[in-house]
Write a protein that binds this ligand. Structure first.
Ligand code: ADP
Length: 375
């Protein structure tokens, strides 16, 4: 657990970057810090492991004032991932991951086992990657190594400073999903800084919105959308703001009617080219009567395509689903349970007639859109 109690940061030169911030991060929570550039989110995060020392107030980490820890000890016990990855170029992937365990004095064998376990955990093949150098890996793979390295010494807190901002959209979504899965598996507290509201809404158990060094609101994504506590929060949610009465808006009015679908007998190669061409993360599978059968994710497809003949072999059932009678409010509520941010809309005969995605839901319900409809 991390507790900020009236914390402030005044930089040398007198600039007050963070002002009187108080909040609590529960154990096992994924908290997103978001705000415009310069709002103090990075400073706030970096004060947790004292990369930046706070100047007023108290920060408690696992029950203890963080100024009472030895600073290097504190940093070794808190994983840290940044946008530029920061791998050492002349160290192999295995050596990069082994750094902190070595500093902590683990024995060779324990380190070797841990490196292998971590590469597997972040979806890299240890035989293929352990002895390579960072520049021989793609940006996404390097960031996977960055995460593995941060987790190496089994920290119970992970700080992530815009970790996926430099990645292309597909890799970024893939890593977002994987981080959520890792988070579920590991019972680790994550503090995640981003300036991207889509990312915040996808990742956060709760989201803290900052402006001018102050914490304006800290709430669940739904609460922020329904009840922005502050004019700036409302404005900052911008296109994400939910209109007044989503319970009155039929889901059929906000769904996309043109949905990319495929039949189950499609080859994995053609499915992948379709996914790339349409820039989608999941392909919905329908039969000849347009009845919804399931879905195939780009991620699964890439992983398993060498071992299958048709996409039917890796098709999974899709949940949740809504019918044409549902309202937009149903979609908002259910979106939380939609692992890939998609909710297919079907009619009484199970025919696929549309799709609500997290992105389209948020866009469709924006204030601009309401104005357009009203006028
Ligand atoms: P964010 O992460 O929200 O973009 P930061 O926490 O990085 O914001 O910065 C908050 C404010 O503090 C900014 O105005 C920035 O210019 C200022 N700041 C950051 N680092 C320093 C520093 N070392 N000295 C003086 N001001 C700084």
């Amino acid at each position: 657990m991390i507790i900020f109690d009236h914390v402030g940061k005044k930089y040398e030169g007198g600039f007050q970057a963070v002002q009187d911030v108080s909040f609590q991060i529960e154990r096992g929570e994924l908290l997103v810090l978001i705000g415009p550039s310069g709002s103090g989110k990075s400073t706030t995060m970096k004060m947790i492991n004292r990369i930046i020392p706070h100047t007023t107030g108290t920060i408690r980490v696992n029950g203890k004032d963080n100024t009472t820890y030895n600073p290097s000890e504190l940093r070794r016990n808190i994983g840290y991932v940044i946008q530029q990855v920061g791998l050492f170029p002349h160290y192999t992937i295995a050596q990069n991951i082994a750094l902190v365990p070595q500093l902590k004095g683990w024995n060779e064998k324990a380190i070797e086992e841990r490196v292998e376990e971590l590469l597997l955990l972040v979806g890299l093949d240890s035989e293929l990657h352990a002895s390579r150098y960072p520049k021989e890996l793609s940006g996404g793979q390097q960031q996977r190594v960055g995460i593995a390295r941060a987790l190496a010494a089994k920290p119970d807190i992970l700080l992530m400073d815009e970790p996926f901002s430099a990645l292309d959209p597909i890799t970024r979504e893939e890593l977002q999903k994987e981080l959520l899965t890792l988070h579920e598996q590991l019972d680790i507290t994550i503090v995640f800084v981003t300036h991207d509201m889509d990312e915040a809404l996808t990742m956060g158990d709760r989201i803290a919105i900052m402006k001018d060094g102050r914490l304006l609101q800290l709430d669940t994504p739904e609460k922020l959308l329904y009840e922005p506590a502050h004019g700036f929060v409302e404005q900052f949610m911008g296109k994400h703001r939910i209109i007044q009465n989503p319970e009155l808006m039929p889901v059929t009015e906000i769904m996309a009617e043109t949905v990319t679908t495929a039949h189950p007998n499609l080859s994995p190669e053609r499915a992948l080219s379709l996914i790339r061409q349409k820039k989608i993360t999941d392909l919905l599978i329908v039969d000849r009567q347009s009845k919804l059968l399931g879905a195939v994710s780009a991620y699964d497809l890439i992983k398993k395509m060498d071992h299958i003949q048709t996409i039917e072999e890796i098709m999974t059932p899709i949940q949740p689903i809504l019918t044409t009678k549902a309202t937009s409010k149903d979609a908002i509520i259910l979106m939380d349970e939609a692992p890939s941010g998609l909710i297919p809309i079907i009619d009484d005969t199970h025919q696929l007639i549309g799709l609500v995605t997290r992105g389209s839901l948020l866009t469709a319900m924006s204030s601009q859109w309401t104005e357009e409809v009203v006028s």
